[in-house]
Write a protein that binds this ligand. Sequence first.
Ligand SMILES: NC(=O)c1ccc[n+]([C@@H]2O[C@H](COP(=O)([O-])OP(=O)(O)OC[C@H]3O[C@@H](n4cnc5c(N)ncnc54)[C@H](OP(=O)(O)O)[C@@H]3O)[C@@H](O)[C@H]2O)c1
Length: 325
Amino acid sequence: MKKYTISNTGLTVSRIGMGCMGFGIPWDNSPLTDAHRRNAMQVVEAALDAGINFFDHADIYSMGKCEEAFAAIWEQRSSLRDQIILQTKCGIRFADTPNPGDPHRFDFSYEHIVHSVEGSLRRLNTDYIDIYLLHRPDPLVEPEEVAKAFSELHRSGKVRHFGVSNHTPMQIKLLSASIEQPLIANQIEFNILHSHLLNEGISYNQQSTAPRLAEGTVEFARLNKILLQAWAPVAGGRLFKPSADSGDTRTDTTSKLLSEIAEKHQVTPDAIAIAWILRHPAGIQPLLGTGNPERIKSAIVADSVELSRHDWYRLFTAGRGASLP
Ligand SMILES: NC(=O)c1ccc[n+]([C@@H]2O[C@H](COP(=O)([O-])OP(=O)(O)OC[C@H]3O[C@@H](n4cnc5c(N)ncnc54)[C@H](OP(=O)(O)O)[C@@H]3O)[C@@H](O)[C@H]2O)c1
């Protein structure tokens, strides 16, 4: 697996990362079981064997059980901590948490950020988090509060680097004006069926009913050396549904084209879906969400697939469901 160093960090990461959101399900307060730990370990071992050294979490995944299940790895491989990059997130708070009647909300307050880091460190059973992301933009954000939390967490060695997820360029600029540390990553939803961030650029100055809220997210990241990470890189598996199930032409056409291109390269369609993301010059890091070790093996073949401009555009056009202007 090819690796690179993330700008403004000394972190060398695999160009494909592993998303751990499926660990410890369901998302409720039921206890973590040995079966959860075993399943998580199968996935982590398969990812490590595939050359993946990057693991993405969030405090909310399975209500904390995701991070806890991952920590079972230290029992078998205590020396591994320095060789892997652990990323987690905070800022989303569910309804009735911590008190009954609390609304679903986002919370970038100093207290919540610091408290969330402590919880993640405890569940992950580690002394430090490599990258800490703010999960979804909080309209009530006070950048100075975030800056205070980040500086303390950085000084104490609990967090090495910071970033955001689902943020617009302007939201990043607002935070960066107060935060001492560089924001080094923005994790966004991105796949062949969800290419809005590219379409914004393509349809600039065209008549369109689509909202234009976050123009230049990709360009902003490239200019400012912010690593873009793609969540849902295979659209949650929708890209591979048999056509009878999907019932939507855009998905069916894209799915068929993926199979055709996969056959040409003698790989599986998931490898082509991931290669489509890797082909973008921004160096977007896909985060695999599969819980199936065999699918990790087939998807990471993308690392050695070089999609032609021709095939990249055919997939882009099929996935956006409209021809180019
Ligand atoms: N920042 C955010 O707001 C945000 C939001 C969502 C997710 N994330 C992160 O991004 C990671 C990936 O997201 P995701 O889970 O949506 O990614 P994904 O890889 O697009 O979707 C995973 C789903 O696709 C299925 N799948 C994968 N390969 C398949 C194949 N070849 N054939 C059929 N089904 C297949 C998986 O089923 P199997 O398990 O059965 O293979 C699983 O249900 C998460 O783990 C999390 O770390 C971040």
